[in-house]
Design a protein around this ligand. Structure first.
Ligand code: 13P
Length: 254
């Protein structure tokens, strides 16, 4: 099964507008270095338009995504961003249920589920994040936790909708810690997720869904992760803030 690899940069709440432009221009100019891999940039919401413009000549070959959104299309939700607004600014993707959203902002599987459906309805591809904490892993609960998150976050999606999404497995203990999961640890959970997707749809559809790994991915550990059969790309935090590192990771998946 050949799934097109997808490497996305989650810039989180970093950079300023000038640096966002500079980084985008560098990635766009060097996009050809990882031609076989889909690339997506996910800047802070306020910089989405700037980054979209800076993609310039690489438009259509460098994707644009947001890091979160509200589930309603409009209304009295002070401080929130609506899915159609992201579409209006040229976004094709939106990260949903990132562990920072779950742990720091109280997002539940049910909330992620509603957002996932709203993203699909708006024409966005949701990158739905799941992953266990260190405590959960050490208690031998990784499979149970990830199963609950996948089933809860994706409940009620039709097979056709499931086929459109991207799932990101991000063990919380590996995010921003420099402690990357071993390729075997990651592969085991990716295979579990694909099995869950098969139960929610069919093995044929599950075989087409891209599952990214995230958590301290760097150019020097990406190749080993990329060799695993169920790892279809990376969701990159810190290393996505440097064009060299981001492209180095993308090349490893090429
Ligand atoms: P790091 O790559 O900085 O560990 O962050 C991973 C992440 O959370 C991407 O969404």
């Amino acid at each position: 099964m050949s799934r097109k690899k997808i490497v996305a940069g989650n810039w989180k709440m970093n950079l300023d507008r000038a640096k966002a432009k500079e980084l985008t221009a560098a990635v766009a100019a060097r996009r050809g270095e990882a031609a076989a891999v889909e690339l997506v940039l996910c800047p802070p919401a306020l910089y989405v338009e700037t980054v979209g413009a800076a993609i310039a000549g690489a438009k259509g070959t460098v994707g644009l995504g947001a890091q979160n959104m509200h589930d309603k299309a409009s209304g009295a939700f002070t401080g929130e961003v609506a899915p159609p607004m992201l579409v209006d600014l040229g976004c094709q993707y939106v990260i949903l249920g990132h562990s920072e959203r779950r742990t720091l902002f109280g997002e539940t599987d049910a909330a992620v589920n509603v957002k996932t459906k709203a993203a699909l309805a708006a024409g966005l591809v949701p990158i739905v994040c799941v992953g266990e904490t260190l405590e959960e892993r050490e208690a031998g609960r990784t499979a149970a936790v990830v199963t609950g998150q996948v089933q809860g976050s994706l409940a009620g999606l039709s097979p056709a909708e499931l086929e459109k999404i991207v799932v990101a497995y991000e063990p919380v203990w590996a995010i921003g810690t420099g402690k990357v999961a071993t390729p075997e640890q990651a592969q085991e959970v990716h295979a579990l997720i694909r099995g869950l997707l098969a139960k929610l749809s069919s093995p044929e559809i599950a075989a087409r869904v891209r599952i990214q790994y995230g958590g301290s991915v760097k150019p020097d550990n990406a190749a080993d992760l990329a060799r695993q059969p169920d790892i279809d790309g990376a969701l990159v935090g810190g290393a996505s803030l440097k064009a060299d590192d981001f492209l180095g990771i993308a090349k490893a998946f090429g």
